[in-house]
Design a protein around this ligand. Structure first.
Ligand SMILES: Cc1cc2nc3c(=O)[nH]c(=O)nc-3n(C[C@H](O)[C@H](O)[C@H](O)COP(=O)(O)OP(=O)(O)OC[C@H]3O[C@@H](n4cnc5c(N)ncnc54)[C@H](O)[C@@H]3O)c2cc1C
Length: 423
């Protein structure tokens, strides 16, 4: 595809971290950008996530040897990863794709692509607040993966070796060393891996930084504007979209609707097999002692993030991934499982005060790799969605790649692993 004029009007559908990073990158390239969101920008999955910017977690969900584990997730409603068995054709197709992606070769290709885009993004975040004039709580305190069992330690070391091959350093700490390093770990600890280069930030503030950066460059952001139909002309040219606030006409359209993408794409007869990976995050008052590093509590797959600035005095505890098709109901059983799990590692009170409970649907593709690419069959549509557990940490790179593909520029990253046509 040849380079198209950067002066085009571009409509970005979806104002999460991915839509707004794309809008920011398009605006930096001189495009005239409008972002629409059915709610308030930033209040989808990007609102309350753990805030990690951690290339050490640039791993796809399906990994070799996971088959038996996946069967266990179907059976145990309290497992950190749970698949609710349901007669849903999308779920069956998704699971089939998930199983097929557990091959070692596919996993290696995915890890390479995800670490590359995440490392670029970590670097980009360190410049973003100066570029946009917005603070977003960016801190580089590393990430500690703490394990209570020999199997947990083995899993952490395996992960360390996998990402070390892609230039992400980590080091092993014994149980005693771990407790000296992070006194908030009051429970039994077998060992840990510390990744010193990793960062974290406040997720909603990150979205707002991208929004502020894009707006400064002339982008328009429209809330409560929900797309519900497309008008398609000859040769797959989208002529306009209909929304709850009228018709919009643009030269190029970008679909960045996170876990809502599947039904929207289906209206276009496009395959975008994205399911929601429901997770919870709770804000509690600080613990005593309070963690000073972001931590992954391995056996429970719980993410703990200390907070700074105006949020100091509170702690974010996040966890669980339950595969759902749009269901965002709150399960008290799974919320309690997070609290109990965290208590095994840290000094969490019997009845912790939950200042805010949030749930979000991670947009999950079957192969664990986001979709960033031009939609085949259309002349003017680019899809950027399916960022599973990595949307925040890969947003600058994802936005950049999407903007390059929209504008026909030479892509910074190999677009092949992300191509939309693979489904
Ligand atoms: C508990 C939890 C912890 C997590 N922790 C991390 C972490 O530490 N690091 C990390 O990188 N990622 C993390 N994630 C994942 C991360 O939050 C997501 O990958 C990311 O937010 C996805 O961004 P998005 O912009 O694609 O989706 P969203 O933020 O959901 O944005 C999509 C937007 O599209 C809009 N939309 C939908 N339909 C329409 C329509 N018809 N018309 C107009 N607008 C529409 C929605 O309103 C929404 O604002 C976590 C997720 C969860 C649930």
């Amino acid at each position: 595809m040849g380079r198209v004029s950067a002066k085009q009007n571009i409509l970005v559908i979806g104002g999460g971290v991915i839509g707004l990073s794309t809008a920011y990158e398009l605006s930096r390239r001189g495009a005239s950008v409008t972002v629409i969101d059915k709610g308030e920008p930033g209040f989808g999955c990007s609102y309350g996530n753990a805030g990690w910017i951690t290339p050490c977690f640039a791993l796809p969900l399906p990994m070799p040897g996971m088959f038996l584990k996946a069967v266990g997730w179907l059976l145990d409603p309290e497992s950190p990863l749970h698949i609710h068995p349901a007669a849903d054709p999308l779920l069956f197709r998704w699971l089939f794709g998930f199983m097929r992606s557990m091959r070692a070769g596919k996993m290696r290709e995915s890890v390479r692509a995800l670490t590359e885009i995440s490392k670029y993004s970590l670097e980009a975040y360190s410049k973003l607040s100066v570029e946009t004039g917005s603070e977003f709580g960016f801190e580089k305190k590393g990430l500690l993966m703490a394990a209570q069992s020999p199997a947990g330690v083995r899993a952490a070391i395996q992960e360390m070796e996998l990402v070390a091959a892609h230039g992400v350093p980590g080091r092993f700490l014994t149980g005693e060393e771990t407790k000296a390093f992070e006194p908030a770990l009051t429970g039994k600890i077998e060992g840990s891996v510390y990744f010193p280069e990793e960062a974290h930030a406040e997720p909603l503030q990150v979205v707002r930084a991208f929004a502020a950066g894009a707006e400064k460059l002339g982008a328009k952001l429209l809330s409560r504007t929900e797309i519900y139909d497309f008008e398609i002309g000859r040769g797959g040219h989208i002529q306009s979209v209909r929304t709850t606030r009228g018709k919009f006409v643009a030269d190029q359209y970008v679909l960045a609707t996170g876990s809502w993408s599947h039904p929207i794409a289906r209206a276009l007869r496009l395959r975008v097999p994205v399911l929601g990976g429901k997770g919870y995050a709770m804000i509690t008052p600080v613990l005593s002692p309070n963690p000073s590093h972001p931590m992954m509590l391995i056996e429970k797959k719980i993410a703990v993030t200390p907070r700074q600035g105006a949020q100091a005095g509170t702690l974010r505890i996040a966890g669980t991934l339950e595969l759902v098709n749009g269901d965002d109901s709150i399960s008290p059983r799974r919320v309690n499982a997070i609290v109990r799990g965290a208590r095994e590692f840290m000094n969490v009170p019997e009845e912790p005060q939950i200042l805010e409970l949030w749930r979000g649907l991670r947009p999950c593709t079957p192969d664990g790799v986001p979709i960033i690419g031009r939609a085949s069959g259309f002349t003017n549509l680019t899809v950027v969605t399916g960022h599973q557990m990595l949307g925040l940490q890969s947003a600058p790179g994802s936005g950049r790649l999407a903007a390059e593909l929209v504008l026909g520029e030479k892509p910074t990253f190999d677009p092949h692993p992300f191509r939309a046509s693979r489904f």
